[in-house]
Write a protein that binds this ligand. Sequence first.
Ligand SMILES: Nc1ncnc2c1ncn2[C@@H]1O[C@H](COP(=O)(O)OP(=O)(O)OP(=O)(O)O)[C@@H](O)[C@H]1O
Ligand SMILES: [Mg+2]
Length: 332
Amino acid sequence: MNILAIESSCDETSAAVLANGHMLSNVIATQLIHEQYGGVVPELASRAHQQHILPVVERALADANLPKNALSAIAFTRGPGLLGSLLVGASFAKALALGLNIPLIEVNHMQAHVLAHFIEDPKPVFPFLCLTVSGGHTQLVRVDSPLTMTIIGQTMDDAVGEAFDKSAKLLGLPYPGGPLIDKYAKEGDPLKFRFPMGEMPNLDFSFSGIKTAILYFLRDNKKINPDFVSQNLPDICASIQHTLIQMLLTKLKRAARETGIRDIAIAGGVSANSGLRTALTQLGAAQGWSIYIPSFDYCTDNAAMIAMAAQFKYEQGDFTDQTISPLPRMSF
Ligand SMILES: Nc1ncnc2c1ncn2[C@@H]1O[C@H](COP(=O)(O)OP(=O)(O)OP(=O)(O)O)[C@@H](O)[C@H]1O
Ligand SMILES: [Mg+2]
């Protein structure tokens, strides 16, 4: 079973080849054009996907040392994501599947983030809880089998990745700022500044309040000392990161208590955050949980996770046809 998977939901064009359970290639072309605008510009993203998709797919096949006619299926991200970006990957995948006369498999991007855990060992044991934290989503997912997932909590407003990126923007850092907050936080005191966590009902999250609190905190301090940010950057980053992590882990603890599930995973771009990885490892040890943290390569957007999800669908004969179109707000 040789699956070629394509991911194009946001600003990374990616293609991967999964052959009989082994990931032979995972090529990612990151779009740098958005940095100058401080966020992803949808129209520019779809144009860049058009430029990147052919070389990225060719490179993925070359790295896997596999000719096109050895492929058994083509998989692609159907949603959620930016419509123009999704259209490029979907159209390319449909054309390739039609030309090669092989099955087409549609994949939900957020399910794929969770299933990234099955690319490498150790693999989570069912049922497990997955905290999926990315640029567009913050979800607590109960996973009963590879394709049976239930969202038991999610953000009511901003995603946590957005909170990282918007905080970084307020600090004058370039986009995407999440990894930079992580970097500066390593040298800072996480308890130097306090930010309110706000009200979050049940297993849901809210990150819009902390964003506003940071805005006012910076405005007030810059009035007193115009160099406040440059003089305190590591401590500010560490304190923001600490608060965001505490908000995530508070809900994770509650979800584990309410469901009785002790196998806990994280996924999505923010799961690359070193503070979150360390804090979750420590919490897991204290709670007696089995913790699953993906490799860095499989945290942010990549086609390997799409290929992994597609393999589970292939095994069930869950194929789609040429009439399919992208779903920007796809849920599960
Ligand atoms: N080390 C890090 N610390 C904090 N945030 C990080 C780190 N690395 C990446 N991120 C954040 O992860 C996000 C990108 O993740 P990902 O690529 O999964 O999101 P997306 O695909 O844009 O959104 P979605 O998956 O919800 O559609 C960005 O917000 C980025 O700042
Ligand atoms: Mg993503």
